[in-house]
Structures are given as C-alpha cells and as structure tokens.
Write a protein that binds this ligand. Sequence first.
Ligand SMILES: [Zn+2]
Length: 118
Amino acid sequence: MIRFLLLGVMTSFLVGCNNNIEPITVEELTHKAAFDFKSKQAFAIDRSVQLPTTNPENPKSKLQPALYCSQCKQWYPAPPIEELNRNPGSAKCPKNGGPLSPNGPLPEQILVFSEKSE
Ligand SMILES: [Zn+2]
C-alpha cells in the first residue's frame, strides 16, 4: 500500500513533458482512475473493476470513469459514453477547456474492492 502511494507521487513528478515516453509503472498496469461523485475526488481502483459502480467505502456514492487534464493536473468525471460517441469534443476540461485524456498519473488514493475474486 505504501509502495503504491510512493509510486503515485513519483509518477506525478515524472509527467509534465508529453513528448517523452513515460515509463509504465506496475500501478498503471493494474489500476485505473475512477471519480467518486460524493467526495468529488479521484481514486485509483483495480483495472478489473467495471465502471460505473458503487464506492465500496461509501455505498451511497457512485464511482465513474475519470479523465485527466494535463494542464490542471486533475482528474475529472468522464462524460457518458453515449455523449462521447455523439460529440467527441465533450471530453473537455470544465476549467480551461483543454483536452481530457484517459491516461495520466494515477490518483494517490487507492480504493480496495474487498469482494475481489482470486
Ligand atoms: Zn484543465
């Protein structure tokens, strides 16, 4: 767990120059970003978890796919897939209108889904 947190901090330092090929960390291979509606925060979750889903630590809240703005260095909730298909430009940063990407340094907070099957 602590190792994952450190990796998260390190990756956020490494990103910044998009022309460089960034090394993929173990964390990025096994985790993806999700946006929690209630807390308005992004979390790293296991890649095998299907989104949207219920937040295991807050059953009243929903997790949905997140997209990253490299200018704000923040994760934002992704628009619904139907909307993205209809209008690809809808994946824009709500703050500065920059492009949002599904790839970015993973959030430092990791949500663990306990019912994970082995
Ligand atoms: Zn932005």
